[in-house]
Design a protein around this ligand. Structure first.
Ligand code: ADP
Length: 332
């Protein structure tokens, strides 16, 4: 048995500083590992060694390693004059509970793994969940020159959420301009050299959403829907909100599409298949892909360990969508 301090010191030596500090919750140790420049064999070897070491820490029953793309120190990055302007990608839905936040978090992680310098804004001010999804609840942003400086969770993505600023439930009393101002502070924060802000929009299509879209002009919008018709009617409303503000559609994602059996992995479709895809066609927008309803996605999300940071079929589903978004951004 090794204690955590011991393991952390060995981890730094073993990975040559490529690993984040380990985080342990409910027996699960999470570590972000920068695998930039390593061969697949080196990655696997390092991950196996970390896993083996992590399991010797008392109380640790599982070790999860989030492999991230290379992040060079700021000085070596693109000089300021070549820096790309910060663009906003809005992730929206016509109503709550369809998995908009889950998609935003995993999309940010998958785009980050593609080497895009992303930041993440939780604009869902009445039900902020990104701090939990990205395991950064214990962090507090500071203000510099009247701008907020984002926090960075274990995966290395800068982010801001109302949950970092106010006690849970407090923002619920905010309406109209106050909510709008709060949102603007999150978006106009000090994002450093980030080139893309993934913005988890408030659910629905009210005034707050419209003024946010008009004021901050996203480069594009991704709409999330579930396969049920009702949710698709709501998705149609979200699409018209962006159309009204002249924001291009990146495409539609179908979440909770089919149920993945936790025992055998087989996917069944209680709501039928293809609804969202044909709805995307009706709305003349691209269909970006589907994410199954899977207990593992929910479990990992609750534990602050986004599936897109790991490997497997759920990670692949998020990565395929992120690749389409990245391709879209290149042409936009
Ligand atoms: P929204 O942001 O649209 O309100 P969330 O992302 O918060 O929705 O998701 C609502 C709930 O559904 C959360 O508990 C989340 O973990 C769960 N969830 C989202 N997508 C999936 C999925 N594909 N499989 C299983 N659970 C999911």
């Amino acid at each position: 048995m090794t204690d955590l301090a011991d393991f952390t010191a060995r981890l730094t030596a073993l990975t040559d500083g490529r690993a984040s500090a380990p985080r342990i919750k409910d027996g699960v140790m999470t570590i972000a590992l920068d695998v930039g420049g390593l061969s697949p064999e080196q990655r696997d070897g390092l991950a196996a060694a970390i896993r083996e070491g992590g399991l010797t820490v008392p109380g640790v029953t599982d070790v999860r390693i989030a492999q991230t793309a290379e992040r060079k120190p700021t000085a070596e990055r693109t000089p300021a004059q070549e820096r790309k302007p910060l663009r906003i990608l809005a992730v929206a839905s016509g109503k709550g509970g369809v998995g908009k936040s889950t998609l935003s978090a995993n999309l940010a992680v998958a785009l980050h793994r593609l080497g895009i310098r992303v930041g993440l804004v939780d604009a869902d001010i009445y039900g902020p969940s990104q701090a939990k999804l990205m395991a950064s609840e214990d962090q507090k942003p500071v203000a510099r020159d009247k701008k907020l400086v984002p926090v960075t969770g274990p995966i290395g993505i800068p982010m801001l959420s109302m949950a970092h600023l106010v006690e849970p439930g407090k923002a619920l009393a905010w309406r109209g301009p106050m909510a709008g101002n709060a949102l603007s502070q999150l978006i106009d924060a000090e994002w450093g050299d980030a080139e893309l802000l993934v913005v988890d929009m408030p659910p629905g299509t009210g005034d707050i959403q419209l003024s946010m879209v008009q004021k901050h002009k996203p480069a594009g919008a991704v709409i999330v829907s579930t396969p049920q018709d009702l949710a698709l009617i709501d998705a149609t409303r979200a699409v018209s909100l962006f159309n009204q503000a002249g924001v291009p559609m990146v495409g539609l994602v179908e979440n909770m599409a089919g149920y993945a059996c936790p025992h055998c992995g087989e996917i069944s479709d209680p709501f039928g298949q293809g609804g969202a895809e044909s709805a995307a066609g009706d709305l003349s927008m691209p269909f970006l892909g589907r994410i199954p309803l899977a207990i593992e996605i929910r479990r990992q999300s609750d534990a602050g360990d986004p599936p897109a940071a790991g490997e497997g079929i759920y990670a692949d589903a998020f990565h395929a969508i992120a690749q389409k978004v990245a391709d879209w951004l290149k042409t936009a």
